[in-house]
Design a protein around this ligand. Structure first.
Ligand code: ATP
Length: 447
């Protein structure tokens, strides 16, 4: 009799740039030759992007399948054999964690997964839950990967979700140039329109599907439907060959880390949160080209940083003036010796615009020339005809605001994996995921 299993994996990095999704992709290829029944795409779950220990995008993976208990034991044996080989034992920068849960993930695991999206979880709490639930688990190094592993298991992507087609090259050639043809990416982006996202940075015309580090990912294409991704991948030309490919179902592009509104007084280091406030000090540029402004709510005030790489977004935030009201999409940077707790801004919604006004001296009613102050409390005097207006007052000029209400984001090159891009702002993908309507993984058979 078969049962339902959920295998969570995280922090499986190798000295040659290997990463958890690549390991998961290899495992999918191996397990697909066995008598198991997949019940979902591999889930790529991005967790709190503001925690300090992540190496890159803080992604963990859950594989969900039905199998006999005996086969599940074989899966365990295979994972225990594969991980030390993959991470090349002794590599210090990786702390793999794997957990296996039988049956539907209980509420407690789902609750922990929700916390993992926007707060910091302690390994102690996760280990206690794993022990109490009696889950099989495996770790190397300090075992921190267990946090991501259990969090991935508990996030079933029940609401909005997207997909990513990831093509991998051989790990052995992961330090060579990928040779992704930029023209083919631009053409794919044009043809696909809003069916894929974050392929290209529109400001700089640069290609975003290709990572830059020495890792096995050749490229990744994101969108709302697997069929679109296969179509898109068919248009990409590369110098290096695809060794294997996997379509992951993910929370990328859904803004799932920003579901909590937090008051300034309740913010804690490394949280991801939406913070509402009124601008009390408009933006000023500091060394390095970063913009700093201050907001306040009824519980306190906090400095907000918009970093140089966010380009045009920094210019937009510099247009905020005293009294504007904003919802800030932010990560909390802890206080340091040189600055207090700070919000790192990932996006914002302008909710109310203050009236921007300036004061000018009145115009002379006799000759039309602008008058000058005649001294404190003495009204105004015309410099041309000498006319005096003893009770004259400055005139208030309302300035046009060039900023509109609405959502503003940094350019795609500076967005988080979880950032809900402009093209998905009003979109919720609730299409049933399974059974798949296309192939969702594959590898080049070795002869
Ligand atoms: P890779 O793409 O190779 O997986 P990564 O950027 O995802 O790299 P990891 O190497 O997985 O980063 O490291 C992130 C670590 O942080 C993992 O050990 C994970 O368990 C842990 N972690 C993730 N989310 C949280 C959280 N909310 N609180 C505490 N620890 C977390």
């Amino acid at each position: 009799m078969s049962e339902e299993f959920h295998l969570g994996l995280d922090d499986i990095d190798s000295p040659r740039g290997g990463c958890t999704t690549h390991f998961a992709s290899i495992l999918v290829e191996r397990l697909s030759e066995w008598d198991i029944e997949w019940i979902d795409y591999p889930n790529l779950i991005r967790l709190n992007p503001n925690i300090p220990y992540r190496t890159r995008g803080n992604g963990a993976v859950a594989l969900r399948f039905r199998a006999s208990p005996e086969l599940a034991q074989d899966v365990i044996d295979l994972v225990v054999k594969m991980i030390p080989e993959y991470v090349e034992r002794g590599y210090p920068n990786t702390n793999p964690g794997v957990a296996l849960l039988t049956g539907n993930p209980p509420d407690r695991v789902q609750q922990l997964s929700e916390i993992a999206l926007w707060r910091v979880l302690s390994l102690k709490v996760i280990k206690r839950s794993i022990e109490e639930l009696g889950l099989w688990h495996y770790t190397l190094g300090n075992g921190r990967g267990l946090i991501g592993a259990l969090s991935a298991i508990g996030n079933r992507l029940v609401g909005d979700h997207t997909y990513e087609y990831i093509a991998y090259r051989q790990l052995a050639s992961s330090s060579e140039s990928r040779g992704v043809d930029p023209d083919s990416v631009l053409e794919m982006d044009r043809v696909m329109g809003d069916r894929t996202f974050s392929n290209v940075d529109p400001d700089e015309g640069t290609i975003l599907i290709e990572p830059h580090g020495p890792d096995p990912v050749l490229y990744g294409i994101r969108g709302d439907h697997p069929r679109d991704l296969i179509e898109a991948a068919g248009m990409i030309k590369t110098k290096q060959e695809i060794e294997q490919w996997t379509i992951f179902r993910t929370n990328q592009g859904t803004g799932q880390h920003l579901l909590h509104r937090v008051r300034i007084g309740d913010l804690r280091p490394y949280m991801s949160a939406v913070v509402h406030g009124t601008v009390t000090v408009p933006g000023r540029m500091i060394e390095g080209g970063h913009l700093i402004f201050t907001i306040q709510d009824e519980t306190g005030s906090i400095e907000c940083a918009v970093y140089e790489p966010t380009g045009e977004f920094r210019r937009i935030t510099s247009m905020l003036v005293l009294g504007d009201e904003v919802d800030l999409f932010a990560g909390v940077r802890p206080a340091s010796r040189t600055h207090g707790m700070t919000l790192n801004i990932e996006g914002m919604r302008v909710t109310a615009l203050a009236t921007k006004q300036r004061f000018e001296n009145p115009i002379c009613p006799k000759c039309g020339k602008r008058m000058k102050s005649a001294g404190h409390g003495k009204g105004f005097k015309c410099p041309k005809c000498g006319h005096r207006e003893r009770k004259g007052e400055k005139i208030v000029i309302r300035e046009e605001r060039s900023l509109d209400l609405g959502v503003y984001l940094p350019p795609p090159r500076a967005q988080r994996h979880l950032t809900r891009p402009y093209s998905r702002l009003d979109r919720v993908n609730l299409r049933p995921a399974w059974p798949p309507s296309t192939e969702w993984h594959g590898h080049v058979k070795k002869s």
